[in-house]
Design a protein around this ligand. Structure first.
Ligand code: BT5
Length: 282
């Protein structure tokens, strides 16, 4: 458990717990001042049988991770570095849909708590004014047949009260914090509570519908309203190099639908690629 340490701006976990609606998230929040990565700890806990809804929050991460082995800057007391465990009854190929629900929850929460209109860059970035304010990392634990999901860990990183000057040089023209956006400190608890409550509503509805196609379609429709990727010419950067494509939609499983230069449709899975704008990061 967390030790007392006055150096950090501490989150009020009790307040968060009391404000979460009754359900999977208000059972167990594990709070640490400093750990390697909330995703790594959550995966370890999931392997040890911790239930769906277990939340891990840290004030700082020493080895915060993005996708494809990239690093995630996680300074202490100024961000939301949080992961949670899910155990949905779906196939591994459907996991991107959970990233979609998470991104939508984060975008809606920022809209409600601080009144901004963020965009979602498929699959996992929340963008404001072409700058990245939040990233999501989805990691899977599969069953022995490697097709069904044993657990999913969703990791959310949000720059809340970080100053631009605190970002390393390579992020200064790519990243932004909520404090930069609104010009004053933002209450981290309020953002966490809103994300978890919105996610809970959407995820419970998805489970109740057995992840049926009508529900997925509706949610993807809502996601599309926030999307800054769909309708754009993009660069798809994967193991086999860089390709220019036009992004036209999202499948019911959460894959990106693109059209190549011959007008042929292709599907892209989030685990394999990075997406860039034709003229830059966004
Ligand atoms: C992501 O990866 O955007 C997923 C980030 C997920 C972080 C959370 S924090 C809690 C949980 N525990 C973890 O260990 N991870 C999750 P990706 O799309 O690969 O983007 C990574 C890239 O974003 C890096 O290569 C940098 O260019 C940039 N970046 C790194 N730190 C950033 C930050 N704090 N703000 C904005 N951009 C950042």
């Amino acid at each position: 458990m967390a030790k007392d340490n006055k150096k950090y701006d501490k989150l009020n976990i009790e307040k968060i717990n009391l404000s979460l609606q009754a359900g999977m998230f208000n059972q167990r929040i594990i709070y640490e001042y400093i750990i390697s990565s909330t995703n790594s700890l959550s995966k370890e806990l999931a392997c040890n049988g911790y239930p769906e809804g277990t939340v891990v929050i840290a004030e700082a991460q020493t080895a915060g991770r993005g996708r494809l082995g990239r690093a995630w800057e996680s300074p202490s007391g100024k961000g939301i570095w949080m992961s949670f465990i899910l155990r949905p009854d779906i196939m591994a190929s459907e996991a991107p849909f959970i990233t979609i629900i998470t991104a939508l929850s984060c975008a809606k929460a920022l809209e409600r708590v601080i009144g901004i209109s963020p965009g979602i860059k498929w699959p996992n970035d929340i963008i404001y004014n072409k700058l990245k304010v939040c990233g999501i990392l989805t990691e899977l634990g599969l069953d022995s047949k490697m097709s069904k999901i044993n657990f999913i860990v969703l990791g959310i990183g949000i720059n809340v009260n970080i100053d631009v000057s605190d970002f390393p040089d390579e992020l200064k023209d790519k990243a932004v914090s909520l404090k930069n956006i609104v010009g004053k400190k933002v209450n981290r608890e309020a953002v966490i509570i809103e994300i978890l409550n919105i996610f809970y509503d959407l995820y419970s509805a998805a489970v109740k519908s057995s992840f049926n196609n009508d529900f997925r379609k509706e949610l993807i429709g809502e996601y599309t309203k926030y999307s800054i990727t769909i309708g754009q010419a993009i660069k798809v950067m994967g193991a086999d190099g860089e390709k220019e494509r036009e992004a036209v939609g999202i499948t019911n499983e959460g894959e990106l639908i693109v059209i190549n230069s011959h007008g042929v449709e292709e599907r892209i899975n989030s685990g394999e690629v990075s997406i860039r704008g034709i003229n830059g990061y966004i």
